[in-house]
Design a protein around this ligand. Structure first.
Ligand SMILES: Nc1ncnc2c1ncn2[C@@H]1O[C@H](COP(=O)(O)OP(=O)(O)OP(=O)(O)O)[C@@H](O)[C@H]1O
Length: 308
C-alpha cells in the first residue's frame, strides 16, 4: 500500500516550479453535496478516503454519476468539499483561502476538463494558448519552463504552432490541451476523460504522451476514464461506486476496500486487525473457504482464511 503521509516542499518558492517532481494527495472523509435549482441536495461523494503518493499515476473508473468528476474537481481546487479534508503535499487546500487556491491552480496543479475546447482558446493559435496558460507564472518562472516551441514539438504539433485551434482536429486539440496543461510544470495533472472523443490512434497517442510527460516531469497524474484501454496503462485504478471508493486495482489485480458503510464487512476478529480503508482481495479456495489477502507482502502479515 502507498505511504499514508506524503510531503513535498512547503510554500510557493519560485524555484520549485521548474523542478520536476510530483505532489502527494491525501483525502479524509470527503463529502460533497450539490444543491439543485429545485432546492434538493444531491450527494455526489459520501466519505472518500484516498491517498495518492507523489508521482503516482491513477485512473478513476466507475459508472456514470459515481462521483469521479466531482472528486477530480475537488483535488484540483476548483470546488471545495462540503465536508472532509484534502491535502496536496502538506498544504490543506480544503481550508485554503481563494487567493492561495488560485495560485495552486495556476502553478502547481493543472486540470484538463472534459472536452478539449473547454481548456483552450478556440480563436487563438497553439503558441498563443501556451502563452496564455503561462500568464500566471512570474517572469523568472517562465524562464525555467520548457520553451513553447519545444513543448509543441514534443506533442507532435511543431508544425502547427501558428495554427488557430478551431481549425485543428480533435486529436490535435487534445494534444495541445495536454501541452498547455503541463506548460506550467505542474506537480499534479488531473484529466477528465482526456481521450473520450478521439479515434483509437489519437487516444493511444495522447495517453502515450501523458505517460511520457509524467516520466520526464515526475508529475502525479490522475485521469478519469471510461475506457478500459486507457485504464490498463495505469498501474493503479480507483473504482468509484455511489460516491465512495468501491475497489482498487494494483498492477492488474482488483481489491475491495473495507469500509464503515460496508463495501466489505469482515468477521470482527479480522476487522480489528485490518481497519477501514484496508484493501483486500477475497478469493474462493475449495468449496467452503475464502482466502482474504492484502496487496503488499510488507503489509499483509498472515493472510487469514475465513469459513464460508
Ligand atoms: N452541478 C451539479 N448539480 C447537481 N448535481 C450534480 C452536479 N454535478 C454533478 N451532480 C451529480 O453528482 C453526482 C456525481 O456526479 P459526477 O459528475 O461527479 O459523476 P461521474 O462519475 O463523473 O459521472 P460521469 O461518468 O457521467 O461523468 C451525480 O448524481 C450527478 O448527477
Amino acid at each position: 500500500m502507498v505511504a499514508a503521509e506524503t510531503v513535498v516542499e512547503r510554500g510557493f518558492d519560485i524555484g520549485e516550479l521548474g523542478r520536476p517532481g510530483g505532489i502527494g494527495i491525501r483525502c479524509q472523509g470527503l463529502v460533497h453535496l450539490y444543491r439543485t435549482f429545485e432546492g434538493h441536495d444531491v450527494v455526489a461523494l459520501q466519505g472518500v478516503d484516498l491517498t495518492i503518493a507523489p508521482g503516482e499515476r491513477v485512473a478513476f473508473l466507475g459508472p456514470s454519476g459515481s462521483g469521479k468528476s466531482t472528486l477530480l474537481t475537488l483535488l484540483g481546487g476548483i470546488q471545495k468539499p462540503s465536508a472532509g479534508r484534502i491535502f496536496l503535499g502538506d498544504e490543506e487546500i480544503s481550508r485554503m483561502g481563494e487567493r492561495y487556491l488560485a495560485r495552486i491552480r495556476s502553478r502547481r496543479v493543472s486540470t484538463m476538463l472534459q472536452g478539449s475546447t473547454r481548456n483552450l482558446l478556440p480563436y487563438a493559435t497553439a503558441r498563443q494558448n501556451i502563452a496564455f496558460a503561462r500568464l500566471a507564472l512570474a517572469g523568472s518562472e517562465r524562464r525555467e519552463v520548457e520553451p513553447a516551441a519545444a513543448l509543441l514539438d514534443r506533442v507532435g504539433l511543431g508544425g502547427q504552432a501558428d495554427q488557430v485551434v478551431s481549425t485543428m482536429s480533435g486529436g490535435q486539440r487534445q494534444r495541445l490541451a495536454l501541452a498547455c496543461a503541463v506548460s506550467t510544470g505542474p506537480q499534479l495533472l488531473l484529466a477528465d476523460e482526456p481521450t473520450s472523443q478521439l479515434s483509437h490512434e489519437d487516444r493511444d497517442h495522447v495517453i502515450e504522451l501523458l505517460h511520457e510527460l509524467g516520466d520526464d516531469l515526475g508529475t502525479t497524474i490522475v485521469v478519469v476514464t471510461h475506457q478500459p484501454e486507457v485504464a490498463a496503462t495505469f498501474p493503479r485504478t480507483v473504482t468509484m461506486k455511489g460516491g465512495r471508493v468501491g475497489s482498487e486495482g494494483r498492477d492488474g489485480a482488483e481489491y475491495v476496500v473495507i469500509g464503515a458503510e460496508g463495501v466489505v464487512h469482515l468477521p470482527s476478529h479480522l476487522a480489528d486487525q485490518w481497519p477501514q480503508g484496508t484493501l483486500v482481495r477475497i478469493e474462493p479456495e475449495d468449496y467452503d473457504r475464502l482466502v482474504v489477502s492484502r496487496p503488499s507482502e510488507s503489509d499483509a502479515g498472515q493472510d487469514p482464511e475465513v469459513e464460508q
